[in-house]
Ligand binder design. Structure first.
Ligand code: HEC
Ligand code: HEC
Length: 211
């Protein structure tokens, strides 16, 4: 009996040590750079500053957020991908878990280029939604989760500042139709469901210009 218990404790300890070693395996941005320069460059730029608005900027985006999205784009264990996008499904498919961590570390460490000029007419409404939300409609302030300056908060909340407004608008609309459904606790689906097209456009424009 005593021998079995001691064995169990020994096994448990070695398992714990092993698990924590894995969790602490450091992502290597230099290895991620090689992937970025050979594959991602065509659409996101090698430094994550994308040339066109359909492809989101990745420079300065949260490391864990990028990693989560890559995992979500990849179908695994016979289940469909949590975030359905045919282009990114093809990109994520050949990446190993380690590749995803490395490329996430690379893009997260890159500097975002300043965003383009803004549509001034949208700013007042966008700022109101960003800072206060809409109490009557039950829309919380975006700043509460994405940060006052839109820089995002690790590990869950992505950066929205400096993102293409067209991309942000498109994502809010896919959350609203639930075509994008990979947000934890339906956080974004519940919010987007309460936003009109006009409000979505305004807040996307405002967020892009935040510093
Ligand atoms: C052929 C073009 C193309 C290539 C190459 C490509 N992507 Fe993408 N990527 C896209 C598009 C388009 C989207 C937006 C998908 C959507 O609308 O949901 C996207 C979205 C993403 C997102 C989600 C960002 C966010 O803010 O949620 C990540 C992360 C990403 N790509 C990483 C990568 C990485 C890493 C590579 C290289 C291994 C790569 N992509 C290669 C086109 C591409
Ligand atoms: C309760 C917290 C919370 C609030 C408030 C919130 N968000 Fe989010 N948002 C999230 C989370 C979490 C994600 C990441 C979902 C995922 O993991 O894919 C996200 C993702 C997003 C994305 C996708 C970004 C990308 O790169 O693809 C957009 C756009 C967005 N939020 C816009 C907004 C706007 C605009 C508001 C205010 C109207 C807002 N959010 C308020 C939690 C929140």
């Amino acid at each position: 009996m005593i021998r079995t218990a001691a064995m169990a404790i020994l096994l448990a300890t070695s398992f714990i040590t092993h698990a924590s070693e894995e969790a602490h395996a450091k992502a290597d941005p230099a290895k991620g750079k090689v992937i970025a320069e050979s594959i991602c460059v065509a659409c996101h730029g090698a430094d994550g500053n994308s040339p066109v608005s359909a492809n989101p900027n990745l420079a300065g985006q949260g490391e864990q957020y990028i990693y989560k999205q890559l995992k979500n784009f990849k179908a695994a264990d016979g289940k469909p991908a949590a975030r359905n996008n045919p282009i990114m499904a093809g990109m994520a498919a050949p990446l190993s878990d380690e590749d995803m961590k490395n490329v996430a570390a690379w893009f997260a460490s890159q500097k975002q280029k300043p965003a383009a000029a803004k549509d001034e007419k949208q700013i007042a409404l966008g700022q109101k939604i960003w800072r206060q939300g809409d109490f009557k409609k039950g829309v919380p302030a975006c700043a509460g989760c994405h940060g006052p300056a839109g820089a995002g908060l690790p590990a869950l909340y992505p950066r929205l500042s400096g993102q293409f407004p067209e991309y942000t608008e498109a994502q809010l609309k896919t959350f609203r139709t639930e075509e994008r459904a990979n947000d934890p606790e339906k956080m974004m689906r519940m919010i987007a469901a309460k936003l009109s097209d006009v409000e979505i456009k305004a807040v996307a424009e405002y967020a892009a210009g935040l510093r």
